[in-house]
Design a protein around this ligand. Structure first.
Ligand code: SF4
Length: 436
């Protein structure tokens, strides 16, 4: 069943991977629609005849998910269900030549910075006047704001610089314009994202300028929460803490991937910081911003990791008591520095170590959550699901952190509104409460 010529082209954009990729898809959607092309994002039951897959190429699991998604749509094309299939994003940037040979059903592959070329396939052009405008795909009341692209860091295990290139900060004016436009469209919470948000400005302003950016964004009318993600510990700009302390609409929240708790492993990972310095920084942050929520990410099973190194990671997690913690198992990525080392930690040991850390974190998270029972907290209501209104506190970022459940049987709350909720019960990763 050939669909061409029967009706106007309609595009469905599929996003895989991280929030930075999601912002790229949103920019793509904005440009397609800005050129009068009918386009949707991840519409399930859809009659789109053109599919664009924005892939992820970070680690094994993510790469496999991207390949499976491409193959699924390649089949749909072979069965005449769709006319065109385009692939972009990190996997395409990294493995274009191999993918072109292996999956010829794909009409074209594009890199992470080739949106203008992709638009040409639709006889469309990149509209600079849309800069600062963005159709968001998240709930109306929160949006991601990508403050820079790429990364200059040499972390041993990471392939992102291979796919995203060097660090490029977006000018403060552009970001403020984007934030204003988002606020005008109902955004109340801005999630600042980057590969390394604390590197912001070093290229453009020749100095770390995240604190200045935060001040400008904090002045944008309608923005009630600004949340900082992807901070890097080495060279952390402590003036950010000053701004966080003085501006009530900057969440007392910090996501800072630390990757390990053993100085020996931090050196092998080329993180440019020691365990001691990391602990000093965390103490300084907690001292400057009492009650701050700290989220971190760790990697289990990096080449050379011994039982002693892992024991150090465990005591680090026990002592630092992070509010939120995620852990990955090491993935041997070609082109990275770590790929020159033998991948000597067996997969089952990597998994076992990651599970042990998450077990430990489960009990820490529960203890921290228990302390919130009886407190009345400001909660942003995200959605209604399974008899509950589901929201988040200042301590919770969407998709990755805890949630607050409020029974929808006895209560009515408006999605997108802030509500005062008294916490009545806690579990390891969620809270339950009633309107105050
Ligand atoms: S900071 Fe390190 S881990 Fe993060 S994107 Fe850059 S190289 Fe990768």
């Amino acid at each position: 069943m050939k669909t061409k010529g029967l009706k106007r082209d309609k595009v469905n954009v599929i996003t895989l991977g991280c929030s930075k990729n999601l912002v790229d898809s949103e920019v793509m959607l904005t440009q397609l629609k800005g050129n009068g092309i009918e386009a949707t994002h991840e519409a399930m039951q859809d009659r789109a005849n053109i599919i664009i897959i924005n892939t992820c190429g970070f680690i094994d699991n993510a790469k496999q998910e991207s390949i499976d998604t491409i193959l699924r749509y390649a089949d749909a094309k072979a069965n005449g269900q769709i006319d065109k299939l385009y692939v972009t994003g990190c996997l395409s940037q990294r493995y274009r030549d191999d993918l072109e040979k292996e999956i010829p059903e794909v009409d074209a592959f594009f890199g992470t910075m080739e949106l203008p070329l992709l638009l040409k396939k639709f006889k469309a052009s990149y509209k600079h006047e849309l800069l600062g405008e963005r159709i968001t795909t998240t709930a109306r009341h929160y949006a991601y704001l990508k403050i820079s692209e790429g990364c200059d860091r040499p972390c041993s295990f990471c392939a992102i610089p291979l796919m995203r290139g060097k660090h490029v900060s977006k000018p403060i004016e552009t970001l403020v314009q984007e934030a204003r436009s988002l606020a005008k469209n109902g955004t109340k919470e801005l999630l600042l994202i980057a590969q390394d948000s604390t590197y912001y400005g070093l290229d453009l302003y020749k100095k770390r300028n995240l604190a200045e950016l935060l001040k400008h964004l904090s002045d944008v009318e309608g923005i009630e929460w600004i949340r900082l993600h992807y901070a890097f510990p080495a060279g952390f700009p402590t003036d950010v803490l000053e701004v966080m302390a003085e501006r009530p609409n900057i969440c007392r929240y910090l996501d800072m991937p630390l990757q390990h708790g053993s100085t020996r492993m931090l050196q092998r990972m080329r993180r440019g910081i020691t365990r001691e310095k990391t602990e000093q920084l965390i103490a300084q942050i907690r001292d400057k911003i009492p009650g701050i929520t700290l989220r971190t990410t760790l990697i289990a099973g990096h080449p050379g990791e011994t039982e002693e190194d892992f024991a150090e990671m465990k005591t680090f997690v026990e002592n630092m008591r992070f509010d939120r913690l995620g852990i990955f198992t090491y993935s041997h990525e070609e082109g990275t520095h770590a790929h020159t080392m033998p991948d000597d930690v067996p997969e089952r040991i990597k998994q076992k170590r990651a599970q042990k850390i998450m077990k430990l974190q489960e009990s820490i998270s529960w203890e921290i959550n228990e302390q919130k029972v009886g407190q009345t907290l400001k909660v942003l209501i995200d959605r209604k699901e399974g008899g509950y209104f589901v929201g988040r506190t200042e301590a919770d970022s969407p998709e990755v952190d805890n949630e607050v459940m409020i029974s929808a049987r006895e209560n009515y709350l408006r999605i997108g509104d802030f509500a005062s909720i008294t916490i009545t019960e806690a579990t390891e990763f969620d809270l339950f409460g009633v309107p105050a």
